[in-house]
Design a protein around this ligand. Structure first.
Ligand SMILES: Cc1cc2nc3c(=O)[nH]c(=O)nc-3n(C[C@H](O)[C@H](O)[C@H](O)COP(=O)(O)OP(=O)(O)OC[C@H]3O[C@@H](n4cnc5c(N)ncnc54)[C@H](O)[C@@H]3O)c2cc1C
Length: 401
């Protein structure tokens, strides 16, 4: 085996796409990532380059101007990009989830209206479930839509929108009582609205405010925001799929592919941490030899590489399962859980290998150390993944006593 995280059975087209993306990452992302991240600067030139490569339309069907590629191709590209800088994969991720939800659940008019411009990267997507008082417990959403003629009036506050400022289309999940009598289960009275807006901050549409960027410990460069809806009027034809009450399922479907994507990000960050660790271990000398020659450090490298391989294999398995048309919530939950935990551990080991220099902002590992924790939280925490995995296991292994 020459390098870690190789994927068997890829087509020529997949290999070509991946090698183009890897080349772009090595030349255009890695050399500037840490500097931009320290300045919390949006990587506009990188985003323009990704647009040119067609990355925003990678999974959008060809009939809408996309490349019509599989989830596996997409996840492998994300892995490469996160290896360069995790924030850049975050810029693509919410866009990809919204495009996927439109493709799966949108009306024909909605697909025709949004997908071609999303494929070109001219409309960019964000999605919004979380609120200040909830993240894991989506059924507790309090933001509300009330029907008024041919429109809905939306009120409420949303939290943690990745790309909340830079996007021009937000898929927003709110409670909608219309048509759902008192006592309807919470997840059956939720609706996803397709909210178009101007990119930027402040009042971006009458009744809709994006206050500003949340100051984060890592995952900088990409904007994360709140969203305030105060009498926001949305036409009825911007209900995703045209029917209210399906929002919870639509969002969960989106988040499920998003989980493969987060797993892929964990794989990419862990790979980069391994590369940095194995390089430094051969440069730094203590007690008369390279630290890589001390067995304790070699063991660390061995553990790191094993984790990189295992996470990659599980991520690829989850993506392939979805591509084959099968339910993959178990595999996606496992891959997301394992890849994010392993990523944190591999990054920590690479940090330790760097000794004191790992604590210096001059070294890339310092950035990775602040980025890895986000993967433990986004698209469902470790506890939520374990709940999903546990429930599915009990379904599969039901005791027939
Ligand atoms: C940088 C960043 C970007 C994000 N981007 C988006 C986005 O684009 N769109 C969006 O909608 N959201 C986004 N989120 C929100 C993210 O999805 C939530 O933060 C996450 O789901 C956790 O929710 P919470 O923060 O409310 O934690 P809580 O749900 O309050 O959980 C707190 C702790 O309790 C645990 N816990 C909760 N319930 C249980 C239970 N039943 N059993 C055991 N333990 C439990 C959790 O695992 C966690 O450890 C983002 C978050 C961050 C940090």
């Amino acid at each position: 085996m020459a390098r870690l995280a190789q994927t068997a059975g890829l087509t020529d087209v997949q290999q070509e796409i991946l090698s183009t993306v890897r080349d772009f990452v090595d030349k255009e992302i890695i050399p500037v990532a840490t500097e931009l991240e320290h300045r919390d600067e949006y990587p506009q030139a990188i985003v323009d380059g990704l647009k040119e490569l067609g990355l925003f339309g990678l999974m959008i069907p060809e009939e809408y101007g996309g490349l019509g590629e599989s989830l596996l191709t997409y996840a492998l590209c994300v892995e490469e990009i996160a290896r360069g800088w995790m924030s850049v994969s975050g810029i693509i991720n919410t866009h990809f989830i919204v495009a996927y939800m439109l493709k799966q659940h949108g009306t024909q008019e909605q697909k025709d209206h949004f997908l071609p411009r999303m494929a070109a990267g001219d409309i960019r997507g964000a999605f919004s479930m979380s609120e200040p008082a909830l993240g894991s417990d989506v059924s507790a959403i309090t933001s509300k839509a009330v029907k008024d003629g041919d429109e809905y009036v939306l009120n409420g506050q949303k939290m943690w929108l990745t790309n909340g400022g830079t996007s021009s289309l937000v898929a927003v999940l709110v409670r909608s009582d219309e048509g759902h009598p008192e006592g309807t289960a919470p997840h059956k009275s939720m609706t996803t609205f397709l909210v178009e807006k101007e990119p930027g901050f402040g009042e971006v549409r009458p009744g809709l405010t994006v206050p500003g960027k949340i100051d984060k410990m890592g995952y900088k460069g990409v904007d994360t925001t709140e969203l305030i809806m105060d009498g926001l009027r949305i036409p009825a034809d911007r209900v995703l799929g045209g029917v209210t009450g399906r929002g919870f399922y639509q969002m969960m479907d989106g988040v499920e592919v998003g989980r493969v994507n987060v797993a892929a990000r964990g794989c990419g960050v862990a790979q980069r941490a391994f590369e940095l660790g194995v390089r430094y271990a051969q440069q730094r000398h203590t007690f008369g030899k390279a630290i890589a020659q001390h067995q304790a450090i070699q063991f660390k490298l061995a553990e790191m590489a094993t984790k990189v391989e295992a996470a990659h294999a599980m991520m690829v398995n989850a993506a392939r399962k979805k591509d084959s048309g099968e339910r993959n919530d178990l595999e996606a939950g496992m891959a997301k859980y394992l890849a994010s935990e392993y990523c944190k551990e591999v990054v920590e080991d690479a940090f330790r290998i760097h000794g004191g220099y790992g604590f210096s902002k001059e070294y890339e590992i310092e950035r990775l150390y602040r980025e890895a924790p986000m993967l433990l939280i986004g698209e469902g925490t470790a506890e939520i993944q374990k709940m999903i995995i546990g429930r599915r296991l009990l379904e599969e292994y039901r005791f027939q006593g």
